[in-house]
Design a protein around this ligand. Sequence first.
Ligand SMILES: Cc1cc2nc3c(=O)[nH]c(=O)nc-3n(C[C@H](O)[C@H](O)[C@H](O)COP(=O)(O)O)c2cc1C
Length: 222
Amino acid sequence: MDTDLHELLRSLRVWDPEVTELPELDPAAAPAEPLPLFTRWLAEAAAAGQREPHTMSLATADADGLPDVRIVMLHGADADGWSFATHAHSRKGGHLAARPHAALAFYWPVLGRQVRLRGPVGTAPAEEAQADLHARSTGALAAALTGRQSAVLGSVEELARASEGAWERARREPDTPAPSWTLYRLRPDEVEFFQGDARRRHVRLRYRRGQREEWVRELLWP
Ligand SMILES: Cc1cc2nc3c(=O)[nH]c(=O)nc-3n(C[C@H](O)[C@H](O)[C@H](O)COP(=O)(O)O)c2cc1C
């Protein structure tokens, strides 16, 4: 069993030239702030055929400082921060209430690119969270109305019943609020852009907020 896994792992490649393009990242030509570069990289990932480039890993820590991570969707990025939405009572919601800091990671393999962010996390006003939810699909509303995210589930039948009710309500009343649904915003102190290079001279460009809130750009050893 183990041997098979190791054989499989050895047979797998990253950045296969058949399906990967590795563009140059010229640090001298990078913008003064990270947001325009992030926006461009997201658009380039989508244009290059990267599936689901707007999904990201969200890392949080519990009250004891123990880490956890999961995938969520990016809802927006602007001067207020990078936003995502979830239930306040979920595990990650509990973490963020106890320690309002998080990290995000995007990986866009078709271009050999990774973006990492770290910073404090705040919540948007409740009306904004509900408006954001109601502008999304019926399925998104149904999922948010299904409720009790991260609690122990008794059986798949219980979920099926709750979900059926939630879908019906979402179709019938598309403006139904999902009270625990919360829009969070991570305001980065650090944003790192990683551009893979075939010779392993990967470029790591980090933006870090300086003492006067200005962005400091620096390169990191790969
Ligand atoms: C592609 C993908 C996108 C997801 N997007 C979200 C999301 O935007 N919000 C969310 O609450 N959960 C989302 N999930 C589910 C989370 O990964 C996770 O299972 C759930 O939020 C519970 O996490 P927690 O127990 O750490 O709170 C997504 C999962 C996948 C695979």
